[in-house]
Ligand binder design. Sequence first.
Ligand SMILES: *Cc1c(COP(=O)(O)O)cnc(C)c1O
Length: 362
Amino acid sequence: MAKLDTLLAQAGSWWDEKTGAVSMPIYQTATFKHPALGQSTGYDYSRSGNPTRQVLEELMAKIEGGCRGFAFSSGLAAIDCVLQLFKAGDTILFSEDLYGGTYRLMEKLYSDRGVRAVYTDTSDVKNVEVLMNNQVKAIFIETPTNPLLKCADISSISKLAKKYGALTIVDNTFLTPYLQKPFDFGADITVYSATKYLAGHNDVLAGIAVVKSPEIAEKIYFYQNAIGAVLSPFDSWLVLRGLKTLSIRLQKQQANAKKVATYLRSHDSVKRVYYPGVGAMISFEVESLSVVKQVLERVKVFMFAESLGGVESLITFPKVQTHADIAEAVLERLGINERLLRISVGIEDVDDLIEDLETALG
Ligand SMILES: *Cc1c(COP(=O)(O)O)cnc(C)c1O
């Protein structure tokens, strides 16, 4: 089988053998005509299946080593679809510093339906172990976490989950299959906000779920089609186009991030730098809220905006922008305070990025 970079670079290039189109055609159609009663071309209606979306779904399954992939209209739609697997009385253990939207989905919607969420620091498997019981049906981890970038050991967590018959679900948005393949470490399901690194250009909202077993794939397919939050043909094409350059984007972003993290660590008014040494996300703590305000006003290369993973560098204030739905006391305990900033390092010239931070920090 071709290696990752080859599969990515040629995403969608082998579909249309009739015309030889190198770029995957956008099948902008809602429905497909049938040759005769009881016959189908393999496509009936685009919610159930569309060639442009299918090529993306198959590519994601292939590069992850999963059995089937699913593309959704956003990362949260992908997560919501996976959470449909759980019913009243089930417990799911989550990484405690979690993407704010996933937390909101659990606390404001699923908890009303009787699905219980328990949060813990998943960077130490012992914290997970003490919470395990027969009600726990899944362990849902983000690694590295958002925004504190704590890493979990997927392999020991999935071993523990299997002992209790629970699923291991990994939100792999921050590292992508280029830097981390959760199925190699025993995970059962991966989810992505493809809005971030996979698409990579801050121009599309998309979500992906990939599953390892055919039984779970069948259920997720049923939910995807029944709920209908599928990715449109054009947006599927944008993600496919983005995936072609995933490796080189991440290489440059990671190289830039290493230099930016080193710079931040050497700066007197930066109290703490969170960078796990992999990927291109960095969080850092400054002295006070007034320094935060100063930085956000002064930056001219970094853009003050939510989101991450694109070629453009962004700076975010997590407490207000991405984690506002998490209770104040929890945020403070975790360290997501009014002095914390998060940056997503892009592919710009790293000297410009460092100079920008230098001016902004003063
Ligand atoms: C952005 C993000 C999500 C949500 O994805 P959307 O595409 O915004 O719906 C989920 N998990 C993580 C880690 C994210 O960064």
